[in-house]
Design a protein around this ligand. Structure first.
Ligand SMILES: [Zn+2]
Length: 454
């Protein structure tokens, strides 16, 4: 397992102080008028935000601009859609739109909204900080779910990794409000909160959102700051405190499902981002990732009918390659099935559009959570009934997965029916176990106790 060396890297990485000249916060469109220009651009390490056959959208700094123009490319400087002020919410809107109002929350308002949810539902929530941002804000995380002694599948939902893509932030706050408010009246909310542990990080880059720009407070694009499974650019990973805070969370927990919300398109994007899927994805995961993506997009009318992406889904690489993205990090290092969900064409639309975005996404979000209750549920216990950190190996797959260290649990979305796996733990005999995977929400927990080596 590469986890130890990954951790050493996390500790050893120093905080690179980006100098003002390096900030890549100017959006531009580059038009390919001449043959070879597209290839020229893609061979270089520019910060791509979208790609078509005849043009690309990038975030650049003055040096990038010089390089692009020097190479004879036609560059159009874009204005960021001017973000609307964080207006106060009107009393009437709270009644009409109880979960997502036509309003953006700035950092103090988001903090207050999460605190009031946690205060109103103390048995069902834990509000914590993943750590500080570069500018000293807390990365707030709200854990939702009824406490239980049985292991629970864990789901992680992250918003606002790009500071100027903020619809997801409001959707995630709305989702927390919805689940807690309807726990007593809606069977679906009750099942989700009774049977899952959900961590919501509505604003993973609050410094960027406060500055109303893409990167963090130090000018680092967080979605290029994670370590690729192939370590293509190790020295460029984990320069930002924010991505190191997220990495610590990934190390501590085993998220069966995770999603990160972006804006700029309406599409669900699944791993890989850094390389083609054809040879390198576990075949059973390829099927499940695509199915999860199609389920989400199919429940969002705008996504399902996006003419640019059939079915509203794409693999990251097929769209355009990025390295250092969060989804490849979660999937590649921890096996967490991670989707990048682009929820709005305009990155920061006027607040009046927010309630419609909730309408478009609430069913898809609920369904996504329910999918975490499908598949295999296993708990590996040692001699004294203590949780074992074990390796679970499925035949035909190269990369084994680990049980969660705190409860010895292993959840996995696999095609419905019987599978088998070998379980390995130091000091215990390697054990072959049959695993039953459900095809509908509702796990059957299997407990396995391997025999100690004598
Ligand atoms: Zn983004």
């Amino acid at each position: 397992m590469h986890r130890w060396s990954l951790f050493v890297l996390l500790l050893a990485t120093s905080v690179g102080q980006a100098d003002q000249g390096e900030y890549r916060n100017q959006p531009v469109e580059v038009v390919f008028d001449q043959p070879g220009q597209r290839v020229w651009l893609l061979e270089r390490d520019f910060e791509l935000d979208d790609l078509w056959t005849d043009r690309a959208r990038l975030y650049v700094n003055p040096l990038d601009l010089e390089e692009l123009r020097g190479a004879g490319l036609r560059v159009i400087e874009l204005e960021e859609p001017h973000p609307t002020a964080f207006d106060p919410v009107l009393a009437g809107d709270l009644v009409r739109f109880p979960y997502v109002q036509p309003k953006y929350h700035d950092y103090p308002e988001l903090k207050a909204a999460l605190e009031s949810l946690a205060e109103a539902h103390p048995a069902m929530t834990i509000l914590s900080s993943l750590g500080k941002t570069e500018e000293g804000r807390d990365m707030l995380a709200l854990r939702l779910g009824r406490p239980s002694s049985e292991p629970r599948p864990e789901v992680l939902l992250i918003g606002g990794l790009h500071g100027n893509e903020v619809v997801g932030n409001e959707l995630l706050l709305g989702l927390a409000r919805y689940l807690l408010a309807t726990y007593a009246t809606e069977a679906r909310s009750r099942k989700v909160l009774d049977q899952l542990s959900i961590v919501i990080v509505p604003s993973a880059n609050p410094d960027g959102t406060a500055r109303r720009w893409r990167s963090n407070g130090k000018g680092i694009d967080l979605n290029r700051d994670f370590l690729d499974p192939r370590r293509t650019r190790p020295r460029e990973a984990f320069r930002a405190l924010e991505s190191r805070n997220i990495a610590r969370l990934a190390e501590k927990r085993r998220f069966l499902l995770s999603a990160v919300f972006h804006g700029g398109e309406i599409v669900v994007n699944y791993p890989w981002d850094h390389r083609p899927n054809t040879t390198s994805l576990r075949p059973e995961d390829a099927e499940v990732l695509r199915r999860l993506s199609l389920r989400y997009a199919g429940r969002n009318e705008d996504m399902a009918h996006n003419p640019r992406f059939p079915g509203g889904v794409t693999s990251g690489y097929e769209w355009y390659q990025i390295r250092g993205g969060l989804q490849d990090y979660f999937y590649g290092w921890y096996g967490s099935l991670n989707l990048t969900i682009e929820v709005s064409r305009t990155k920061w639309p006027v607040p009046a559009e927010l309630p419609r975005h909730w309408e478009l996404n609430c069913e898809a979000l609920l369904d996504f959570l329910e999918q975490a209750r499908v598949g295999v549920a296993l708990q590996v216990l040692g001699a004294e009934g203590t949780p074992l950190e074990a390796t679970v190996r499925l035949p035909g797959t190269r990369s084994p997965l680990q049980t969660a260290p705190h409860d010895g649990a292993y959840f996995r979305l696999l095609p419905g029916g019987w599978h088998h796996a070998t379980i390995e733990a130091p000091g215990y005999r390697t054990t072959l176990v049959p695993l039953f995977s459900t095809s509908h929400p509702g796990h059957i927990l299997q407990i396995v106790s391997p025999k100690p080596v004598e």
